[in-house]
Design a protein around this ligand. Structure first.
Ligand code: SF4
Length: 621
C-alpha cells in the first residue's frame, strides 16, 4: 500500500514506441483509488483509499514527460479522473501550457456526476470524438442498488450540455443482469435512450448519433456483489434481442458477446482447478480469446467436461457462509463491510464517498500511515508556479519554446539515412517518429491547421517498407531561423533511434520538387543469370513495358518503361536502377519493377536487398 503518490520515483523519460501501439501517448496517473463505492466495481474496492497526486507534481511530470518523449497527447489517468479535486484548475493550465506545442490533453475515464459545465468546456477544446457516459443501469432504482449515485436528471442535464456544446456522437454503457434487475429496469434503458434522443433532436440541432453498448454483469470477487448469480447466456441473448427490437431508430446498439461474458464470469469466480482448465484449453487450441474471431467457447466447454468441471455452477449465487475461492486473498477491505454493502444495495441505500464524507468503515485505512489523500483545491487556485515546490523537482532535458512570429516560414532541407532494422517501419511510423524526435530535440516548428495539427514537414516519395536508404530527406517548416544548424543536427542524432542518422541540414527555398528521380542498388541473393542479363538488355531496347500491380485491392496496369530512367548490372549480384516518381501519376516500387523486368519468382524477389543511394529533381518529364 503506497500511502503517498508524490514520494515515489517518477518516470521522467518514458519509453517511446517506434511502431504504433494502443495508448500511444504520455500517461500520468493523477490519482489512485476511487471510493465512490459502486458495488459492482472491483477496482473501486481493491485500490482504496483515494490518493491524489499534487498538482505541482502533475505539472512537472507533464512538462518533463512531453519534453523527453515528444508525445503529442497527454492522458490524465485514474479510476475516475473527473473526481480529482483540482481538475478544474489543473486541466485548463495543462491545456494552456501545451496548446502552443499542439499537445492535446485527454481524460479517458469520466463519470457523469463529475462532468461540470466547466470541465466539459475544457474537454471540448480537444475532444473531437464521441462523448461517453456510463449510466450502467437504466432506472434510478437500479442505480441506487449499485450505488452509482447519479439520477436520470443528472444524465439528461449532462447530455443537454454536451449537445449544446456541439457534440454529435454520444456513447452510453449499460450493464444487464445486475442484482434485483427486472423487466422494468430493461424498459428504463429504452426510455432513457429515447429521452436522450429527444434532447439531441431539440432545436433543430441536426443529426445526432447515439451509440449504446450493452455488457452482461459479471460478479467480481472482493466486491459487495461477489455472492450474486450471473445471468445465463440465454437470458443475456433474450434481453439483448429485446433491446435490439425496441431501442429507438437511429441509435446503434453494440453488445458484448454473451458467450464471452459467460467465460469471463466463470474465470472471475473460478477456483484453483482452473489452472488445469486453462492449460487444457490452451493445449486444445484456445488462443487470443479476447478477439471474437478467435474465440471458441466449445474448446473451453470440452476441456471443462474432460476435467469434470461444471462451468454453469460458477455462475450460481453463493451463500454468505460459503468459503469463497479467493477468501485467502486480502485487499484490506473487510468481508463484513462487503456484506453490509450488499444489504445496503438491496435496501437501495446510498453509501457516500469517504473522500468528502465520513469514513464508511471499509477497514482499509489505519489513519496513521494510510488515509485518503485529497488535495485542498484552494491551495492551487493561484497556479502551480505560486505553490510551494515539491521535492525533488524533476529535471527536464528539452524545452519547446514558441517563438513570437509564428507566421514566419523558415525552411530547412534535412537529409538522413535509414539503415538496418528501422527500415521495417512504415512511412507513417517514420513520420511520427521524426515528429517526436523534433519535439524531443526542442525544435520549435510550425504546425498544420485543422483538427489534428502536426508539424509542418514535407517529405519525398514514401520509401517502401524493408528498403534501406542513405538518401532520405524532409523539409522542416520553422517559425524562426536555426541559430546553429550543426548543433541542431547533433541534437537530432542524439535523440534518434539506432538506424536513423541525420547527415545534413541546409536552408531550403520552397517545398520538395513535384517529380523526383531516385536511384537504387538492388542486390540479388545470387549472381545474375545469362537470361536475366538478356532481359535487362531487352528492357533497355523496348518502347513500352506493361506491368500488372495490385494497389488497395485493385489490379492496375502501368507502363513502367518511361519510369525506369536507368537500369544496368553493377556487380555479379547487383543492379543499379533509376526510377521516377511523378506527381499525380501511378508509380511503381523498385522491387516490383525489377521483379517484372527480370521475371523473378516471389521468393527471390523477397530476398532482394535494396538500398536507395540518391535522388534529384526530375527535369523535362
Ligand atoms: S477506511 Fe474509511 S476512509 Fe479509508 S477507504 Fe475505507 S471508508 Fe474510506
Amino acid at each position: 500500500m503506497l500511502p503517498d503518490l508524490d514520494v515515489i520515483d517518477h518516470l521522467l523519460a518514458p519509453i517511446v514506441p517506434n511502431a504504433k501501439i494502443i495508448h500511444d501517448r504520455l500517461s500520468i496517473e493523477i490519482a489512485r483509488g476511487c471510493s465512490r463505492g459502486c458495488r459492482f466495481c472491483q477496482a473501486g474496492m481493491t485500490y482504496r483509499p483515494v490518493r491524489e497526486r499534487t498538482p505541482e507534481v502533475i505539472m512537472q511530470l507533464a512538462q518533463a514527460g512531453i519534453a523527453n518523449s515528444g508525445f503529442e497527447e497527454l492522458a490524465l489517468l485514474s479510476l475516475s479522473t473527473g473526481d480529482y479535486s483540482c481538475i478544474e484548475q489543473v486541466l485548463p493550465q495543462l491545456m494552456d501550457r501545451f496548446a502552443a506545442d499542439c499537445v492535446s490533453v485527454s481524460m479517458p475515464s469520466m463519470r457523469v456526476g463529475t462532468l461540470s459545465p466547466a470541465i466539459m468546456d475544457q474537454i471540448k477544446r480537444v475532444r473531437k470524438t464521441g462523448f461517453t457516459l456510463a449510466p450502467e443501469a437504466g432506472s434510478d432504482r437500479l442505480r441506487r442498488v449499485i450505488n452509482k449515485g447519479i439520477t436520470e436528471d443528472d444524465l439528461l442535464a449532462t447530455c443537454r450540455h454536451a449537445f449544446a456544446l456541439g457534440w454529435k456522437v454520444m456513447k452510453f454503457y449499460f450493464m444487464i443482469g445486475l442484482p434485483t434487475e427486472t423487466t422494468d429496469d430493461i424498459q428504463a434503458i429504452i426510455d432513457l435512450v429515447r429521452k436522450v434522443k429527444k434532447e439531441g433532436d431539440r432545436d433543430g440541432r441536426g443529426r445526432r448519433q447515439l451509440n449504446v453498448s450493452i455488457g452482461t454483469f459479471v460478479p467480481k470477487p472482493h466486491t459487495p456483489f461477489q455472492w450474486e448469480r450471473q445471468m445465463s447466456m440465454t437470458e443475456s441473448r433474450t434481453v439483448i434481442n429485446h433491446l435490439r427490437e425496441w431501442l429507438p431508430k437511429g441509435c446503434t446498439l453494440k453488445w458484448h458477446d454473451p458467450r464471452m461474458s459467460y467465460l469471463e464470469g466463470v474465470m472471475a469466480r473460478g477456483d484453483r482447478r482452473f489452472a488445469a482448465l486453462i492449460r487444457l484449453a490452451w493445449e486444445n487450441g484456445a488462443r487470443l480469446d479476447g478477439w471474437s474471431d478467435h474465440f471458441d467457447l466449445a474448446i473451453w466447454q470440452q476441456a471443462a467436461e474432460k476435467l469434470g468441471l461444471d462451468l454453469d455452477d460458477y455462475l450460481r449465487e453463493r451463500s454468505e457462509d460459503e468459503i469463497l475461492p479467493w477468501q485467502h486473498l486480502h485487499s484490506g477491505v473487510h468481508q463484513r463491510y462487503l456484506q453490509a454493502e450488499r444489504q445496503r444495495g438491496f435496501a437501495e441505500s446510498y453509501t457516500p464517498d469517504c473522500r468528502y464524507h465520513d469514513c464508511q468503515g471499509c477497514g482499509l485505512c489505519d489513519f496513521e500511515v494510510v488515509r485518503p489523500v485529497v488535495i485542498d483545491r484552494d491551495r492551487f487556485t493561484a497556479g502551480p508556479e505560486d505553490a510551494a515546490p515539491p521535492s525533488p523537482p524533476p529535471p527536464t532535458t528539452a524545452r519547446r519554446d514558441r517563438p513570437a512570429h509564428d507566421e514566419e516560414h523558415c525552411r530547412y532541407l534535412v537529409t538522413y539515412s535509414r539503415r538496418g532494422r528501422i527500415c521495417y517501419l512504415g512511412h507513417l511510423e517514420i513520420l511520427r517518429l521524426l515528429f517526436r524526435t523534433q519535439g524531443r530535440a526542442g525544435i520549435a516548428t510550425n504546425f498544420t491547421q485543422g483538427f489534428n495539427p502536426t508539424p509542418k514537414v514535407s517529405f519525398g516519395p514514401a520509401l517502401p517498407v524493408g528498403t534501406e536508404s542513405v538518401a532520405e530527406f524532409l523539409i522542416m517548416d520553422l517559425p524562426a531561423p536555426l541559430g546553429d544548424p550543426a548543433a541542431v543536427l547533433a541534437q537530432l542524432n542524439d535523440k534518434l533511434p539506432p538506424g536513423l542518422i541525420v547527415t545534413a541540414i541546409t536552408p531550403q527555398q520552397g517545398g520538395p520538387p513535384a517529380d523526383i528521380e531516385s536511384t537504387y542498388t538492388m542486390t540479388l541473393p545470387r549472381p545474375l543469370t545469362d537470361d536475366e542479363r538478356l532481359q535487362l538488355q531487352a528492357f533497355a531496347n523496348c518502347a513500352a513495358y506493361q506491368v500488372e500491380k495490385l494497389r488497395k485491392g485493385k489490379q492496375q496496369t502501368v507502363d513502367i518503361r518511361p519510369l525506369v530512367v536507368a537500369l544496368q548490372q553493377s556487380g555479379r549480384n547487383s543492379v543499379e536502377l533509376g526510377l521516377l516518381s511523378l506527381s499525380g501519376r501511378p508509380g511503381i516500387k523498385p522491387v516490383e519493377a525489377l521483379q517484372a523486368i527480370l521475371g523473378l519468382d516471389p521468393a527471390t524477389a523477397l530476398g532482394l536487398t535494396i538500398l536507395k543511394t540518391g535522388w534529384r529533381p526530375a527535369e523535362n518529364v
